[in-house]
Design a protein around this ligand. Structure first.
Ligand SMILES: Nc1ncnc2c1ncn2[C@@H]1O[C@H](COP(=O)(O)OP(=O)(O)OP(=O)(O)O)[C@@H](O)[C@H]1O
Ligand SMILES: Cc1cn([C@H]2C[C@H](O)[C@@H](COP(=O)(O)O)O2)c(=O)[nH]c1=O
Length: 232
């Protein structure tokens, strides 16, 4: 199934350390939502956090919203209890949680005056499902597609691209979970196909974190300057 995406002086928010109120002097900048996507280990969380801090310090302000599926939570629960959900049930839970988190993030982004950085988006779950060979016409798959059509696309979606080998070595070094090289290869190909169809920006995320950050900063500045962000 081909995947398509139809889809300063910061004031710290005590409830979210990465949320900063937009600088009033600069909040004339139109709000912009950027979603970072890519295979596990591509550096989304590292880049999203660095970008949010950078935009908070240098303007125009940013908030970081993660869109997790609860995989790490489920993994920890399994390790603690010695229980494991059947794969299909676990996948269902992940899909529902991802969808709920994305809906909540979009609601928060809509009322935020500066840059919202999203770590993952709905397409991540679609790529995961496709790579795992799940039914593309099941209720959850159709629900994800409906949600993508219903929600406004992020203004900018950036694919952090790394080789399957790099992803595998980073994920192995992190030691939280494990995946096979072929899983990463398939998932990477699915993301690249999607980027081509949707015209996403693809960046080389093999580079060191500072270089990744400077590429992202340039993309955001161009989008803010060039009017990619739509007036709301
Ligand atoms: N540009 C980089 N160069 C080298 N190592 C990196 C880079 N970016 C991230 N890493 C490291 O790779 C590992 C995975 O990074 P991170 O958690 O940011 O990736 P992710 O895409 O969010 O992964 P996942 O989707 O599995 O949560 C971490 O140990 C991180 O320190
Ligand atoms: C594949 C897989 C991943 N994890 C961990 C590794 C990542 O940090 C997060 C990604 O989670 P998300 O909710 O999909 O954003 O989950 C894991 O714990 N177990 C796994 O099998």
């Amino acid at each position: 199934m081909p995947l398509t995406q139809h889809t300063a002086t910061p004031h710290r928010n005590a409830s979210h350390p990465h949320a900063a109120a937009p600088d009033r002097r600069q909040s004339a900048a139109r709000p912009l939502t950027v979603a970072l996507v890519g295979i596990d280990g591509s550096g989304k969380t590292t880049a999203a956090s660095g970008l949010t801090t950078h935009l908070t310090v240098h303007g125009p302000g940013a908030q970081l919203l993660s869109n997790p599926s609860g995989r790490s939570w489920l993994g920890r629960w399994s390790a603690r209890t010695g229980l494991a959900l059947p794969a299909s049930l676990a996948e269902g839970v992940e899909t529902v949680l991802r969808a709920a988190n994305v809906v909540r993030a979009h609601a928060k982004a809509a009322s935020y005056g500066a840059v919202t950085v999203m770590d993952r988006h709905l397409v991540c779950q679609e790529v995961t499902r496709q790579t795992r060979g799940l039914d593309p016409n099941g209720v959850l798959a159709r629900g994800l597609r409906w949600l993508r059509r219903s929600l406004r696309d992020p203004d900018v979606t950036v694919l952090l691209d790394v080789s399957a080998e790099t992803a595998l070595s980073r994920v192995d070094a992190r030691g939280l979970d494990s995946e096979s090289l072929s899983y990463f290869e398939d998932a990477r190909n699915a993301y690249l196909a999607c980027a081509l169809t949707e015209g996403w920006t693809v960046i080389d995320a093999e580079a060191d974190p500072e270089r990744v950050l400077s590429q992202l900063d340039a993309i955001i500045r161009a989008a803010l300057d060039g009017g990619t962000a739509l007036a709301r």
